[in-house]
Write a protein that binds this ligand. Sequence first.
Ligand code: CO
Length: 288
Amino acid sequence: MTTAPFTPATSRRLTRVVRGMPASDGAGVKLNRVIGTQQVPDIDPFLMLDEFRSDDAADYIAGFPDHPHRGFETVTYMLAGRMRHADNHGHSGLMEAGSVQWMTAGRGIVHSEMPEQENGLMAGFQLWINLPARLKMGAPRYQEFPAAALPVLQPAPGVSVKLIAGELDGQAGPVSGIATQPVYQDIGMDEGCAWTAPVPATHQAFIYVFEGSVEAGPAASRHAVARGQMAVLGQGDHLELAAGSEGARLLLIAGMPLREPVARYGPFVMNTPQEIQQAFTDYQNGRF
Ligand code: CO
């Protein structure tokens, strides 16, 4: 007698819940650093997650003047405000509320990201995603989408999911052709509403709650995640979510781990210290 292989569906548990750390970057922009800290250096393939949210211009007005990137991708998702982007290859654009810019730095760009407002709320996220060794020296590439290009689904009553990358219920976010096959969702949940989010079993995943709170994980080990907290998810192919008493808004982010050595120094992320040294030399000699 033969039996078909049986793979039970596994509900992802929360393996770690942490709060971001206050940080300052660029020319003095105040941030909440969620990944890329001493306590959470990375979650392969994710190298950094910053949340910026302030209605005090002093916290953001200095912006991010010219700086290089090599060997990874930066994903900027704006919730409020306007940021002007310009690089040394002649590419520029305005990032407005609800828009996403997925920048694959590859072998190198030098760019600036500067606020295009002198007051009012500026809010959003920047995520850094590693590139596999074979793509680190590839050509730079941009994918930019306004808010209207992001599909919004209602997979359960009181739950809305904005798709930036990855698939849900036969629809896909507009970002395509990324090596780590990322899932990037902005999930809104009304008070008392619940949803089970599919998450590819091959992926590393985390959630970051930026409004309200959720209860997450299987019933037997459900855990609260409050505003400003990130939860790293264990293995499995779905995540059970229930909104707290004020509802919730959160990011669900997942990607295929690269499992390659990481050599990292500031805006350069390569595989070996020699490649980091080469990045410095190339940058100093104007080869970005
Ligand atoms: Co940058």
